[in-house]
Design a protein around this ligand. Structure first.
Ligand code: SME
Length: 162
């Protein structure tokens, strides 16, 4: 069984998650395998989530990719919802209360807060990584910074799709 580095390494928080992610993805660069692992890793290692996964940029819109959680909407146009907004702006969108976000797409009515991070390979938009929580205001600025580092690590350790 694969064993992640533990807190005995002296690391904690996002620094520990980053070390664990590097161990998890080392030796494999396949996009689907690593994207699936990344989704499962985030979903199970961060407390208080009900969904974590990718929407991939394809044919001018977003299409559901590897994820953990309940079944979700498959296609999201650029500029629509939290995911489409993050993809169009290529910037992280952090939403304290999804019910107050104009155009939020409710895949699971349990979701209360959300963070969506762009996945970029240099200038190229690969898609977004979307994380939902049933708790209001689940994602802090520290979470945003930590998660941006983890997404960048995923991109560095993975062959991006054409
Ligand atoms: N809430 C997202 C849609 C995707 S689901 O949360 C999995 C949005 O507004 O883009």
């Amino acid at each position: 069984m694969f064993e992640l580095p533990t807190a005995t390494s002296g690391l904690s928080g996002y620094a520990l998650l980053d070390a664990q992610l590097q161990a998890l993805l080392s030796g494999e660069r396949d996009f689907i395998a690593n994207a699936a692992q990344f989704s499962a890793f985030i979903y199970h290692e961060l407390p208080g989530l009900n969904w974590a996964g990718f929407y991939l940029y394809k044919d001018g819109g977003l299409v559901l990719g590897p994820f953990q959680g309940k079944v979700a909407c498959v296609r999201i146009p650029l500029g629509r919802g939290v995911c489409g907004t993050a993809a169009a702006s290529r910037e992280t969108v952090r939403v304290e209360d999804v019910h107050a976000f104009p155009g939020h797409i409710a895949c699971d009515s349990a979701s209360s807060s959300e963070i969506v991070l762009p996945v970029l390979a240099g200038e190229r938009l690969i898609g977004v990584f979307d994380i939902d929580s049933p708790n209001l205001n689940r994602f802090s600025i520290e979470d945003q910074q930590g998660l941006e580092t983890l997404v960048a690590r995923f991109v560095a350790l993975t062959d991006m799709p054409e």
